[in-house]
Design a binder for this molecule. Sequence first.
Ligand code: NAD
Length: 467
Amino acid sequence: MVNSYTFVVFAGVDGVGGGALVAAELEGAVVDDSCALIALLPPSPEQPTVARATRAATPSAARRRDQVRMGHRSSRPGSTTVRVPRAAYGHGVSGVTDLMLEGGHEQVVFAADGEARLRAIIAIHSTALGPSLGGVRFWRYPTEHEALLDVLRLSQAMTLKAAVAGLHQGGGKTVVLVDDPDQPHSEAMLLALGRAVDELGGRYLAAEDVGATPGDMDVIARETRWVTGVDERVGGSGDPSPVTAYGVFHAMRAVLRALDGEPLLAGRRVVVQGAGHVGSHLIELLAGARAEVVVADVNEARARTVAGEHGASVVASDRVLEESCDVLAPCALGGVLDRGTEPRLQCRAVCGAANNQLAEPSVADLLASRGILYAPDFVANAGGIINLAEEFTGYSRERALARAAGIEETMTRVLERARESGTTPERAAEELARERIEREGAGRPWRPGDPTAWTDGKPLTTLRPGH
Ligand code: NAD
């Protein structure tokens, strides 16, 4: 049986962090009665899976599919279906406001400059708690529509991350559409992007993300003062990885306390997937706390070097999920936990730095049903954004580390709430974030010239006082 229709599905759009934004285009797809939906996920560094089939029980599958096609219901519980005109899908900006309304986004800016070869989308999800903060990602997207979905999803996640971390910023993100993310970015393109950021007057604060280099941020900063994470010599916060790792380490303590009543890492077996910037710092901290550390990296030489420096052992990167341990710490790519990998896990808990570890929100329920405690990534890895926010009051690494240690208390609150209300930690964290935005948010978007929580009632005119 062949069906031909087009629609977009948000999976758990109101549950960012876990709430992956899923786009599905069923264009001439072969669908039988037991297959309700084939979802094409936008390829991104954090969602490497490109296709997944969701099976629904017959005989309701055909009816369910019809309801989805008619836009009356979603393909999964807790998700919403939005119909997008076929002609518009992937070929223009029609439907963008539908997507924004669904996700609760305040503003989406498309920036294009032919001479500079710039194609970028800036998404501001929320400024209720203050100016939106989020990285600039350079990536090759198959279509502009997929870039849009990615930036909407990522900016939404930043809102939750900042809110639950107790910061006075909202969520934003930029994606820049490039042919090859590994090629150096031209000065003209970066300057054009800087002008686009500048026009937002501080409503969006840019930072480094996948594909960006510190040098790129320096060039962008020539056109706008609304850039964070700049060089330490000009009041910036430098490499956030040590602070992120410190936060993950403290999140792990909270996890162990929830599991066993005491937070100590000594003697615990922790498997770290990815010995990169964050992973290597985390391994050092774990080894210092006398944990038994196991390291995996696709770059085996790196895994061996880092493990050797800290007395850790090495496991092959394709065997890492099956490794028996107390805590698995994903510190490589996102999307690592899905329906295929979940049955392989031999850990008691998952707590790591990677963004968007759950390939889809329902994996949180699968983990819970197996008794695996999942520490929401956007709570555990907030050290990076905490580090950036420290710039605004005069950067101090000591203060950034002290605040990142506070993730232990935040995670404890999340896990306690989940236990008391019988929900997953992921949902508990999302609820905490939303409650804070309702309680402390301005109730309206932040405007250029408004004060912020850190400017003592004065308008925000600069990000780094004295520089
Ligand atoms: P990185 O690129 O420095 O390190 C990633 C490491 O993972 C690399 O060594 C890579 O070889 C390895 N790797 C890739 N695929 C792998 C696989 N399948 N199995 C094992 N190893 C694999 O990145 P990073 O800065 O350390 O960030 C790691 C994760 O944490 C990313 O998801 C990032 O988005 C997230 N994160 C980082 C920060 C930060 O401060 N750097 C903050 C928040 C979140």
